[in-house]
Write a protein that binds this ligand. Structure first.
Ligand SMILES: Cc1ncc(C[n+]2csc(CCOP(=O)(O)OP(=O)(O)O)c2C)c(N)n1
Ligand code: SF4
Length: 267
């Protein structure tokens, strides 16, 4: 008996993506698409595209999409959700978009507890514009604007967005996941699904930070780039759940009081 190893999610179009070989955006798109199909929310989902390599995401999803100006996706999503509260609204943003130019928008949307879901792809650089330093670039990491490596005395320390937003009362679900191997991809899917479920239940702001590779700008083969995520990004950006309002009260206490360096894992 034969079994299909690959089935395109119904809410994805048949367009081929423009992403570089080994880029994490394609996997992240698929996880979001599978979630939309499984939760049967395709007809009422609105995606908000940001500015970055994923700007063309509206070509790949067969759902209602809205483009936002650089960094403003959480504000645009807020407007859509408030006017159309029965819609499921998500943003899809890179780290330059969300943690640099859009820092105020994401912090205030989270603080307000807006009932939207944010998929935040952290690839430690500005991908679309050629690999400049982002707020998430690791100490010592070489980029086009830090050719000798990020010097934290000059450029400051990287922002850990999931932890930063976990200091706020607004969010209902905050997690960091990674796409560096199949087990982590499966965990990432669980987190993305949970984030959308929080919105369906009207629980307020949810965000999943997805550690992702950018082999092109990192100057690495795709497999090496995945290794780089595991060896360099994961130690700096611990994986796990930082807020989970859906968890039973007892485990929620553990999650919220725990040492931030060892957050609870999904699945
Ligand atoms: C107001 C404004 N400033 C700057 C830019 C240039 N710009 C476009 S994409 C981008 C960086 C995107 O990087 P990121 O959000 O990390 O996404 P990635 O491409 O890595 O997925 C920048 C600086 C712009 N389009 N608009
Ligand atoms: S530049 Fe990086 S983030 Fe952009 S498509 Fe290529 S690998 Fe992906």
């Amino acid at each position: 008996m034969s079994r299909n190893a690959f089935v395109r999610p119904a809410c994805m179009t048949s367009a081929r993506t423009h992403y570089c070989p080994g880029c994490g955006h394609g996997i992240a798109h698929r996880l979001v698409a599978e979630t939309i199909d499984e939760l049967e929310i395709r007809e009422r989902t609105v995606g908000v595209a940001a500015v970055g390599c994923s700007i063309l995401i509206y070509n790949y999803f067969d759902i209602d999409m809205q483009e936002a100006a650089h960094g403003r996706a959480p504000a645009v999503a807020t407007g859509i959700k408030r006017v159309l509260p029965d819609r499921i609204v998500f943003t899809y943003q890179g780290d330059g978009d969300l943690a640099s130019i859009g820092l105020a928008e994401i912090v205030h949307a989270a603080a307000r507890g807006e009932n939207i879901t944010v998929v935040f792809v952290n690839n430690a650089n500005y991908g679309m514009t050629g690999g400049q330093m982002a707020p998430t670039t690791l100490p010592g990491q070489k980029t086009t604007t830090t050719p000798r490596g990020r010097n934290v005395h000059l450029a400051g320390h990287p922002l850990r967005m999931a932890e930063l937003l976990a200091t706020l009362d607004g969010p209902s679900y905050l997690a960091r996941v990674s796409l560096h191997n199949p087990v982590e991809v499966a965990r990432a899917k669980k987190s993305i699904r949970k984030a959308f479920q929080c919105q369906l239940l009207g629980m307020g702001f949810s965000m999943v930070e997805v550690l992702s590779s950018c082999p092109n700008n990192w100057g690495m083969e795709p497999a090496k780039a995945l290794e780089w995520v595991e060896k360099n990004m994961v130690p700096y950006y611990p994986l796990g759940v930082f807020r989970d309002a859906m968890a039973p009260a007892s485990s929620r206490e553990v999650t919220e009081n725990r040492d931030e360096s060892s957050p609870k894992r999904e699945g």
